[in-house]
Design a protein around this ligand. Structure first.
Ligand code: UDP
Ligand code: MG
Length: 136
């Protein structure tokens, strides 16, 4: 049975800064994830705190919010068969050191915090996150 999904990808500030957006988007396209919409923007720390509020009790939360708001990012709606898990697979493990060869984080991630990309982790969060960046 087919399972077409949409998910939110973010090319994070460390990757936008290094001009990796086109390279990363070509990995999505090559792997049958269509790019439906993209938006490049620089969010405030307050907006980053809202986006990452599921992590508000974590020790890395403040640093994470500073980082996500440190420069322009590119938000992308991806669509395709099992897009949520497919994108997570293409991203690789949160810590680039643990990410498999060929994954985006292995190729481009600098560290566990500057790990170049975000991807939604569930159907529910994908909806909330897409809405966060692309609500009408
Ligand atoms: N993060 C961090 N330190 C940690 C764990 C996570 O800075 O010890 C950051 C990292 O940028 C990660 C984000 O917080 O991408 C969200 O963490 P999550 O566990 O949701 O990882 P992801 O879903 O991005 O793989
Ligand atoms: Mg996550």
């Amino acid at each position: 049975m087919s399972n077409k999904e949409q998910t939110l990808s973010i090319i994070k500030p460390d990757a936008v800064e290094r001009n990796l957006s086109e390279k990363i988007k070509s990995i999505f396209s090559k792997n049958n994830l269509s790019i439906l919409e993209t938006k490049k923007l620089h969010i405030s720390k307050e907006e980053a705190a809202e986006f990452y509020k599921v992590h508000q009790s974590k020790p890395f939360y403040d640093k994470l919010c500073n980082y996500l708001s440190s420069g322009p990012l590119e938000a992308i709606i991806l669509e395709g068969e099992n897009a949520i898990s497919k994108n997570r697979e293409l991203m690789g493990a949160t810590n680039p050191k643990d990410a498999k060869d060929g994954t985006i984080r292995k190729l481009y991630g600098i560290s566990i915090d500057k790990n170049s990309v975000h991807g939604s982790d569930s159907v529910e969060n994908a909806k909330v996150e897409i809405n966060f960046f692309f609500k009408a």
